[in-house]
Design a protein around this ligand. Structure first.
Ligand code: NAG
Ligand code: NAG
Ligand code: NAG
Ligand code: ZN
Length: 284
């Protein structure tokens, strides 16, 4: 009896311990759905060669793969985020891109550089043979999403908002989860007929209309991949919008939702445009 209670407590802890996940399934799906139609012919061809059969040619269907393998590939869990110093609101690769053991390069920006470099060997058979480029593509597509979630570049002591308990309207949640899922879900329910496809369509239309000038600047990068610029924007958005006005126990409802959904839409659009631009640079 007692050991049963202990076991149940153990399970409850496993279920409740918040983990830094990255955008929820919809966030990653949206970014990959924005990216795929923007691929050049060469990049689209490479992507279709590298996608696993179960993707059925749809990059969006495998953009959450990296979250699903986090437990099997335990080494990969530190690659989904960056912890920056509390309250500084800045990011520096050499200072911040490391895991909890202090091992350099083990953060989402380091992972984007790593998998970009691996994919650059695509046309060099000997070099490519040391990597699994299918996994490299799935990791890169996922991490380009994560680095655009503002709280994935967050403060160290609250683990990117994972230890800040709040209410989303009437439900309990941690702040990190509000930015992974709740803002997107509430927007879909309220404005897009609960359809992720309608949200993707609206974002695509905005990228080619109201955002068309900015979108060119989003895509620009003088090397192959520019994760450091995205991480710097991320911690700034975290300070200006995600953490702002929030404390333990805050009730976040319309005022927060309506003023923050614009930031979420922007980050999703930037993530999609930049994933496509990066794949286009990689595969030439
Ligand atoms: C780079 O990729 C390899 C192969 O997946 C992995 O073992 C390694 O941990 C990665 N390192 C970083 C910093 O992403
Ligand atoms: C590459 O990774 C994918 C996804 O994990 C896996 O299905 C496939 O078997 C791997 N390929 C090789 C040659 O190991
Ligand atoms: C698209 O742009 C319009 C006009 O600026 C804006 O009102 C709307 O919120 C935007 N929607 C998304 C999903 O970005
Ligand atoms: Zn993730």
């Amino acid at each position: 009896m007692e050991s049963n209670v202990q076991f149940l407590t153990f399970i409850a802890l496993l279920v409740c311990v918040p983990v830094a996940n990255g955008w929820g399934i919809d966030g990653h799906l949206i970014i990959c759905r924005i990216a795929q139609p923007r691929l050049s012919e060469a990049a689209a061809d490479a992507v279709s060669q590298l996608l696993p059969d179960f993707a059925g040619g749809d990059l969006g269907s495998v953009c959450s793969w990296a979250d699903r393998v986090k437990f099997r590939y335990h080494w990969s869990s530190a690659l989904h985020y960056i912890d920056t110093p509390d309250d500084l609101c800045t990011y520096q690769y050499n200072r911040d891109c490391k895991d909890e053991d202090g091992i350099q390069d083990r953060c989402v920006a380091g992972a984007i550089k790593n998998y970009t470099n691996q994919l650059l060997s695509y046309r060099d058979h000997d070099a490519a043979s040391q990597y699994n480029l299918t996994e490299a593509l799935l990791f890169l597509s996922h991490f380009m999403g994560d680095i655009h979630q503002p709280l994935h570049v967050g403060f160290t002591s609250d683990r990117g908002g994972n230890t800040i308990d709040v209410h989303w309207y009437t439900r309990k949640a941690v702040l990190h989860h509000i930015w992974d899922d709740n803002i997107i879900e509430t927007a879909e329910e309220r404005f897009y007929d609960s359809s992720v496809d309608e949200l993707v369509d609206t974002l695509q239309k905005n990228i080619t209309s109201v955002w068309s000038n900015q979108a060119k600047a989003w895509a620009a990068c003088t090397t192959t991949a520019c994760p450091d610029a995205y991480a710097s924007e991320g911690i700034k958005a975290a300070c200006d919008w995600a953490y702002k006005g929030v404390s333990e126990g805050s009730v976040l409802e319309d005022e927060y939702f309506l003023s923050r959904k614009r930031v979420v839409n922007l980050r999703l659009a930037q993530g999609g445009v930049r994933l496509a631009a990066t794949l286009n640079r990689i595969f030439g």
